[in-house]
Design a protein around this ligand. Structure first.
Ligand code: PMP
Length: 331
């Protein structure tokens, strides 16, 4: 039947592009958010999960409904996408996550049947960093290592789906695209898709404090300072394989204060519940729009939903401890 998605895999993508009223009114531009929190796994990373697992099937590493195991190191959302997509194909998933990630994401991973392995936060140079740990575990188990940072099937999924969807939904009337990078898959894939259709489109990387990607774009040197409570974005020391070679025009840094202002306003003024990385993205889109001037269209990504961070972004006690603003209606 034409209107039916056959399963989880077919239900991923084709998310709405939502006009962000306050950001648009403030800038005189159309600021549009791609509602990736509406994917069945609740985040933009469902697309990467499908891209990576679909590629593993093509390579013969996994066969639908035959025994198979996927291992991944993740801030949480990729793990959720992989675990659900694996459930839908009869595979097992082993998900390695730093214990500092929100307890909602960890509880959700357990709930959906992932074999969850918590690790202590460690620098990328350490064998105990969650990415290195997951690679080693996959080798030991003889399982498929998803490798979202280095596996280019990640960016390719966004080049094939997210980017073309934005192009279609705006009727090609897109002047700029901005988003933060975890693996860089979203930014690279969308940027490549948009630039191939409209070379003049402006691509801007948004970076939280504690990440060195903005300085890398601007100076070629990865230099991080400060820190952020956002999850899933920013790289302190290394440019991920999926970000390398992305056609990026500029970069800017966004503070947690600025991001939280957007997270709270999107929720209470517009009914859109989003996480911290979406706040960074919308704040960046506003600044890009201000730079372009009225009459332009700027697209960004609403990566995941706010309920994933209730214990952090909507927890006045936690926020006060960090010296950050609290949701005005929560006291
Ligand atoms: N926002 C959130 C909440 C995420 O979990 C991630 C992925 N880790 C991103 C943004 C960044 O996406 P990408 O890996 O495609 O750069």
């Amino acid at each position: 039947m034409p209107g039916v998605a056959s399963d989880f895999w077919e239900a991923v993508g084709n998310t709405p592009l939502i006009r962000l009223r306050r950001a648009s009114e403030r800038t005189g531009c159309e600021i549009l958010g791609k509602a990736e929190f509406m994917n069945p796994g609740g985040s933009v990373k469902d697309r990467a999960a499908l891209g990576i697992l679909g590629d593993a099937v093509k390579r013969g590493q996994l066969t639908p409904f035959q025994p198979g195991t996927v291992v991944e190191g993740t801030a949480g959302n990729t793990g959720i996408g992989i675990a659900l997509a694996a459930n839908a194909r009869g595979w097992k998933s082993v998900i390695v996550v730093p214990e500092t990630q929100s307890r909602e994401k960890l509880a959700f991973l357990r709930m959906i049947g992932a074999d969850l392995r918590l690790v202590k936060p460690a620098p990328l140079s350490s064998p105990d960093h969650y990415v290195n740990y997951s690679r080693r575990l996959a080798e030991e188990m003889g399982a498929v290592w998803a490798n979202q940072f280095g596996n280019l099937a990640n960016a390719a999924a966004h080049e094939a789906t997210t980017g073309p969807e934005i192009w279609e939904q705006t009727g090609g009337k897109v002047d700029a695209f901005t988003c933060a990078c975890g693996t860089g898959g979203t930014l690279h894939g969308v940027a490549a898709a948009l630039k191939s259709r409209k070379p003049g489109v402006r691509i801007v990387l948004a970076d939280p404090y504690g990440s060195g990607m903005a300085s890398w774009v601007k100076t070629g040197e990865v230099k991080a300072e400060g820190n952020s409570i956002t999850e899933g974005i920013g790289q302190a020391s290394k440019v991920p394989g999926n970000l390398e070679g992305a056609p990026i025009d500029d970069a800017l840094r966004v503070s947690d204060e600025e991001a939280l202002e957007q997270v709270y306003s999107l929720l209470i003024d517009e009914g859109l519940s989003v996480g911290g990385s979406a706040g960074i993205n919308v704040a960046a889109a506003i600044r890009v729009a201000e730079g372009l001037g009225p009459g332009h269209t700027v697209v960004t990504i609403l990566c995941d939903g706010g309920a994933r961070y209730q214990s952090k972004l909507f927890n006045p006690e936690f926020l006060r401890e960090k010296g950050l603003p609290t949701p005005p209606w929560m006291g």
